[in-house]
Design a protein around this ligand. Structure first.
Ligand code: NDP
Length: 304
């Protein structure tokens, strides 16, 4: 039987309905959530991501600042711009589009962000808050998006065995931490596999939910899952396709055609996790505005 398709675009739209309401409430209190995105260099894919973030902010009525800097920008110039946004009370969320040019020390830039405005959730203080289960912190958007997809699709997380493929700081690691949290949206039994894992197919076959985030085109095959498992595909990979006008097409980390015949539910690529990542960036920006207000200190939101 064909798996149920988990429609990331439709679920993201639901998130936007809530965010529009919350934004209107904040505006009524004199606070317009503001996001600043800094792009260094002229990487085409990064430019497209930044454009779509800016567009979504505007659609939601958020204040959006897009700062495009040349590839020759120095570390200290970039730090100075981050500092300006840290001090700017009209800005509640700041992100520096990754990857920056090679001469930039990305980790140092992340550490320079005011953690209360770190809507990407990469600052050490926010990583610590995720581990400590302090809900006032920011969780990386893709991980948050995967959790939200599961919740909105009413797929049981609590007590389920969830296998996450990939242990990156952006996706795999924060997702594992999020799903194992001791709260109603967590409580999963999480296994993380990576490039050094032995018996990977055996492990993934024992999963109720498999999340693939490894960046290997169509890696996960039908043989990797048990009948009726739920499959979430985070991967975005370009594969050559002479039949396509662009010369390539986008595929996930999951061999969709064969896996969708065995899974009970699956996300497509595109249209699955991707739209949720940007929705969660908007959600994190609104949360930052709620916590910071018009520039004051954050409200305590533990247990939020
Ligand atoms: P990284 O390259 O940072 O991490 C990949 C992870 O996968 C590593 O932990 C690596 O293991 C593991 N891995 C690689 N090959 C294998 C293998 N053959 N078997 C098992 N594990 C393997 O990637 P990201 O986490 O940044 O991204 C993963 C994918 O998700 C990419 O396709 C990316 O484009 C996509 N992505 C999509 C987003 C979205 O919004 N939909 C957002 C972010 C990413 P090890 O640690 O041992 O090297």
């Amino acid at each position: 039987m064909m798996a149920k398709l988990i429609d990331g675009r439709a679920i993201a739209e639901k998130v936007y309905v809530d965010l529009r309401r919350e934004t209107a409430e904040l505006k009524a209190q004199g606070v317009t959530p503001g996001l600043a995105v800094i792009l260094v260099g002229d990487d085409a894919a990064s430019r497209a991501y930044v454009r779509s973030k800016d567009k979504m902010c505007r659609e939601l009525g958020l204040h959006s600042v897009k700062l495009e800097l040349p590839a020759s920008t120095t570390q200290s110039e970039l730090l100075a711009r981050v500092e300006e946004f840290n001090r700017d009370s009209s800005i509640h969320g700041i992100l520096v589009q990754s990857p920056p040019p090679e001469h930039i020390d990305e980790a140092a830039i992340v550490r320079a962000l005011d953690p209360r405005k770190d809507v990407d959730g990469f600052h050490p203080e926010n990583v610590a808050k995720l581990v400590l289960e302090d809900a006032s912190g920011f969780v990386p958007c893709t991980a948050l998006g995967v959790q939200r997809l599961l919740l909105e699709s009413e797929i049981a997380i609590s007590g389920a065995h969830i296998v996450v493929l990939g242990r990156s700081l952006i996706v795999g690691k924060p997702l594992a931490l999020l799903l194992m949290q001791k709260n109603k949206n967590g409580n999963a039994t999480v296994t993380v596999v990576h490039s050094r894992s032995r018996s990977l197919p055996q492990i993934t076959r024992s999963a109720d939910v498999v999340v693939a985030a490894i960046g290997r085109a169509e890696f996960l095959k039908a043989d990797h899952i048990h009948e009726g498992a739920v499959v979430i595909d985070v991967g975005i990979n370009r594969v050559e396709d002479a039949a396509s006008e662009r010369g390539y097409r986008l595929v996930g980390d999951v061999a969709f055609d064969e896996v969708s015949k065995k899974a009970s539910a699956i996300t497509p690529v595109p249209g699955g996790v991707g739209p949720m990542t940007i929705a969660m960036l908007m959600a994190n920006t609104v949360k930052a505005a709620r916590q910071l207000g018009s520039g004051g200190s954050p409200e305590p939101t533990k247990g939020d």
